[in-house]
Design a protein around this ligand. Structure first.
Ligand code: COA
Length: 276
């Protein structure tokens, strides 16, 4: 855990899941510099924490996060180039790179308001489950700013261009059900089932070999920005790297159980269960 006590986050570890809660409910969990710095330190710490098998990001109160703190991140930082630079670059690091490519799988559990800059960690999480009545908005247009700081990039990477333009240009809000239709979140569930469904999904991830899981997510995210031939080169090298990194030998073990022992038939899995 980070050296200093956390003031804007709470962390709870249960059965392999590390629940990180943005904890500024009185400010609807807006990202101020303190929260930004605490998140970066915490995520770096969790990267090598054996107790953490899955990371869940959620928010205290009625909000996931109201986005960048308009007072502390925008107005006050306007007066302090050093604070602006440090908080902006820290945010881009953890909410973009670190979270997105982390060896730990992540789930955004969107319990309420999700605006503007909050779309960056939302899109960086590998999976996202929203309450059906959560409220999303690309509200930058209402503040006279563009969806900057990578927001425009992550929404066009995640959503269809027509939808990204529509919601960014109108600033209209939409609910969790619509977010699932837009594939901004993986799926939406009734609010009372949000935590239960998140645990269910986390457990499914924990059944997989963690190294293979990390390599899988990293491969999928990386190839999106590569040409076809570069992707083939990269995937070939990544596959070889996994043979060395996976100490459990999951590949050989799976083939042995299927071919020799005939006790493992993953092809039957989809008909055994629903998609969630
Ligand atoms: N930055 C800074 N403070 C914020 C904030 C933000 N992004 N979002 C909410 N707050 C603060 C409010 O200023 C208020 O503080 P105060 O009690 O000191 O006056 C407090 O959080 C509660 O906000 P309030 O608007 O009263 O809560 P609500 O539950 O009625 O509405 C929202 C919640 C999220 C719908 C509303 O606060 C809102 O629209 N926030 C702006 C969201 C946004 O556009 N973010 C993108 C920024 S680029």
């Amino acid at each position: 855990m980070p050296q200093k006590p956390l003031t804007t986050l709470t962390v709870e570890k249960t059965e392999g899941i590390t629940w990180i809660t943005f904890n500024r409910p009185e400010k609807r969990n807006a990202f101020n510099p303190t929260l930004i710095f605490e998140m970066e330190e915490l995520l770096l710490e969790l990267e090598t924490d054996d107790e953490t098998k899955v990371i869940v990001l959620t928010g205290a109160g009625n909000s996931w996060s109201a986005g960048m703190d308009l007072k502390e991140f925008f107005r006050e930082a306007d007066e302090s180039p050093a604070l602006r630079y440090r908080s902006f670059s820290s945010f881009e690091r953890w909410a973009g790179e670190v979270l997105s490519m982390s060896r730990k799988p992540s789930i955004a559990m969107v319990n309420g308001y999700c605006f503007g800059g909050a779309f960056i960690p939302l899109c960086s999480c590998d999976l996202a489950i929203a309450a059906e009545d959560a409220v999303f908005g690309l509200s930058e247009i209402n503040w006279g700013v563009i969806p900057g700081g990578a927001v425009a990039k992550v929404i066009t990477d995640t959503m269809d261009i027509r939808d990204a333009l529509y919601y960014a240009m109108t600033g209209k809000t939409f609910d969790g059900k619509r977010a699932a239709e837009l594939k901004l979140v993986t799926y939406a569930v009734p609010r009372e089932k949000l935590r239960e469904e998140t645990i269910l999904l986390a457990r499914q991830l924990m059944e997989k070999n963690p190294t293979v899981l990390a390599f899988t997510k990293q491969a999928i995210k990386t190839v999106r920005h590569l040409s076809h031939s570069d992707a083939l080169e990269y995937l070939g090298a990544k596959s070889m790297a996994l043979r060395f990194a996976d100490r459990a030998g999951t590949r050989d073990e799976g083939i042995r159980k299927f071919i020799d022992e005939k006790e493992f038939r993953p092809g039957f899995e989809p008909v055994k269960g629903k998609d969630r």
